[in-house]
Design a protein around this ligand. Structure first.
Ligand SMILES: [Zn+2]
Length: 102
């Protein structure tokens, strides 16, 4: 099994699991009830996590990346310097201007 996703919020993980299901990928949710219960583990290890079969790893990561990109829309062009930025960035990667300052 390969871990393809983890988040502090179970809601986010459940959403990611739905994304995978929609893409036809079965996933296994772990740590659903462990948060805060384990003293010695690093914090990230206690987060809810999604695991998929080894063969599904790349397809799962692609599906998650696609889903993450959807709500934020298309690439945008900075009004300050004209640079194109990917939709997940809220500020121009080049000059730092806000996407909304347009
Ligand atoms: Zn810019």
């Amino acid at each position: 099994m390969k871990r393809v996703f983890r988040a502090a919020s179970l809601l986010q993980v459940a959403h990611a699991r739905n994304v995978l299901l929609t893409a036809g990928i079965e996933s296994e949710l772990r740590n659903q009830y462990l948060a805060g219960a384990l003293g010695d583990l690093p914090m990230l290890e206690t987060w809810p996590q999604l695991f998929v079969e080894d063969d599904d790893e790349s397809a799962a990561l692609r599906a998650l990346a696609r889903a993450a990109a959807v709500p934020t829309g298309a690439p945008w062009t900075c009004n300050e310097c004209g640079e194109r930025s990917e939709p997940q960035f809220t500020n121009c990667w080049r000059c730092g201007a806000s996407a909304q300052s347009a």
